[in-house]
Ligand binder design. Sequence first.
Ligand SMILES: CCCCCCCCCCCCC/C=C/C(=O)SCCNC(=O)CCNC(=O)[C@H](O)C(C)(C)COP(=O)(O)OP(=O)(O)OC[C@H]1O[C@@H](n2cnc3c(N)ncnc32)[C@H](O)[C@@H]1OP(=O)(O)O
Length: 264
Amino acid sequence: MPDDAPAALVDQRGHVLVITLNRPHAMNAVNAELSELVGTALERAEQDPETRVVVLTGAGERAFCAGADLKAVSRGESLAAPGNEQWGFAGYARHPISKPTIAAVNGFALGGGTELALASDLVVAAESAKFGLPEVKRGLFAAAGGVFRLPRQIPQKIAMEMMFTGEPLDAARAATLGLVNHVVPDADVLTEALALAEKIAANAPLAVQASKRVALGIVDGAISAEDSAWDNTRENAVGVMTSEDVREGTLAFVEKRAPVWQAK
Ligand SMILES: CCCCCCCCCCCCC/C=C/C(=O)SCCNC(=O)CCNC(=O)[C@H](O)C(C)(C)COP(=O)(O)OP(=O)(O)OC[C@H]1O[C@@H](n2cnc3c(N)ncnc32)[C@H](O)[C@@H]1OP(=O)(O)O
């Protein structure tokens, strides 16, 4: 790959934005440039009403993302997106965007790579994919969301063993534990992720985004007590249930045709 190739690529496919981590020579490890470009792509996805779903994948056939760039870290370099912390790689982990995200895990997802998958709403994994948090082998720990998301997404004792030993899980085991939605042949990962993205993009955008917002609010603890969950649901429901999309979505069913969503 040419040295001046961008560390992340962006490809708009209708209502789906595909972000490809593009450092295959370094197993798509996260450096400041990759973090910056991912951040810019996420900011674009968040602000573009035509983008309804984001798919994140890795270049090459070996790795989705091997986590923080250990060579950069060993040189004391920051991995944060310079001047764009809000949306950098850490931003993806720290501030999930309002639109559904799908990780198309095409190989090793280690350290920050597993944390990207944990921060994604859905995961489509290659049969050969591996998930792990080997930070403790490098003197680090899963500070980009892994330490609290993993025990929430898989059984606690399995999560603790992963974090303490740094040993990886294969895709089949990850799917059994609920970390992965679909395990597919290696060559089909992006195709299957895009098919899933199109399925979601065909539904009412505001309703899908409200579903993500309330569900994550509950899971991430931003919405604590039971009553506030209902209050939060009701607040979000108003915004959705009074949108033009309700009339269009229901009328389309009656008229036996595909809906054309209006709300932006
Ligand atoms: C990530 C979040 C950043 C957010 C920014 C905000 C600041 C937050 C800071 C704190 C963040 C903490 C959270 C995350 C931490 C981490 O992710 S720590 C890193 C964890 N990852 C690893 O330990 C994996 C390391 N890699 C490997 O174990 C192996 O490479 C492999 C993936 C199992 C593949 O092995 P193999 O097939 O033998 O290939 P290799 O020869 O090892 O690798 C091929 C080339 O790729 C280079 N490379 C691989 N991984 C990395 C990496 N993580 N960083 C840099 N480079 C990597 C490897 O060096 C080889 O290159 P060459 O030596 O030039 O051939």
